[in-house]
Design a protein around this ligand. Sequence first.
Ligand code: NAP
Length: 494
Amino acid sequence: MIQQSIDPEEDDEVNFQSFSHGLHIGGRWVQASNGRQIEVVDPSTEAVIAAVPDATLEDAASAVEAAALAAPGWRETAPRKRSEILRRCYELMVERSEMLAMLISMENGKALRDARGEVAYAAEFFRWNAEEAVRITGEFGIAPSGTNRIVVDYQPIGICVLITPWNFPAAMATRKIAPALAAGCTVILKPATETPLTAYALAAIYQEAGVPPGVVNVLTTTSPGPLTSAMLADPRVRKLSFTGSTGVGRTLLAEAAKHVISCSMELGGNAPLIVFDDADLDVALDGAMVAKMRNAGEACTAANRLYVQSGIHDAFVEGLTKRMAALVVGAGTDTATECGPMITRKAVAKIGRLVEEATLRGAKVQCGGTIPDGKGFFYPPTVLSEVPDDVEMAREEIFGPVAPVFRFESEEDVIARANDTEYGLAAYIFTRDLARGMRVASKVEAGMIALNRGLVSDPAAPFGGVKQSGLGREGGQHHGIAEFMEAKYIAASF
Ligand code: NAP
């Protein structure tokens, strides 16, 4: 067993090896049973910065066992006590925010300012759910026939398997862990292979905050499919909460169906950003920069298609190009950086291919568009104009700093084009006409709409998508916790 700790005196210093000692199972830090490790690479430099264990089926079984052993105690822990522990997790994350932001920048590559934003957002899920943990109520009513009372009790669903992507290594985990713990569940988290260090650093924080052993277990593996299948086949596991691509989500839904396991799915997006002629140009440009460039475009909510009405089109393209071309591209950990590298070389190649296809079909490159030489997985901020509707990037997630601008004429036309996608996660609308904004918001098929702003994410609001973008909601009043609870109905005669 290897003990792990975070020294508050060393807040700003990140010793990466100290976050890569072991799988976190039952409150202990253990090596994988086969002794294998996974290397973690800094996308800014391509240097290997750490190695984490590569868990086996045996390790996954140990994690389920640990979560099962901890379940009765955690479920019976008073909501007030659970709330206080969650609050402490929030406080420790805020205290260690600079260290956590550095860690995220190192393993994910995102600009430090984005990483700082992520830590604040991620910590907020603990504060919010600490507040919600003591407000879980039931229902009491009289049956219409008058023969009995209807009592509804909300109970923790059971052991949860949580799977998260690399683009928000802290927030995607806390968005699941905090409500699951508030509800009284125990969990096994499988973070993305590219970004495991943040998940382990946070596990140490939860332990320090008083989360009992086995309540949160963390496993890293290069065999996510077989390990997940094995965990879902254990009848004690009752919940799968997944954030990632729609393709993997479909596979996991099929796997969960075999065991009739409750699923929450936060999947891919293809967000339209619509700018009407009457929009405030600066508000629209500010919003577009946030919607497109938060995390260098590596966000499920990222604006993927920018529809701009003819009257404002040229001014918008000019303004956007100026802003995108002026962004400082560099290593994530460099404080001047505004656009960090992509997660892998493969991701850069995919973006390059999408841009090439669009330009071959007639799109005009206003800035960027060329993959630079040298170390690091960089792609420059890019604006494309006169983009035809049938390009591949209009159907696929770009997941990078590329803004394709499409021209439109009428409200009816832009709604039809915005909805012409299998996805339905986020959408952005810019107009000074509030009636139009609300009308278009109600017609655009998306789980979340930003009106005259570039950001939707908020722990206090229900996050999630429609169509192929997912099932269920995270965060929000009751929504996030409800995903981790079952309603038990008692028909009571007395
Ligand atoms: P991904 O390839 O689907 O991977 C997500 C997670 O699933 C990773 O931990 C991955 O492990 C794991 N995984 C892969 N195959 C699996 C399998 N067969 N069984 C079980 N787990 C498996 O997605 P990604 O590339 O990491 O993330 C980008 C995607 O996530 C984008 O589509 C983005 O839109 C979406 N996303 C959605 C939201 C949302 O809230 N809706 C938020 C963020 C991101 P490995 O790392 O080992 O492959």
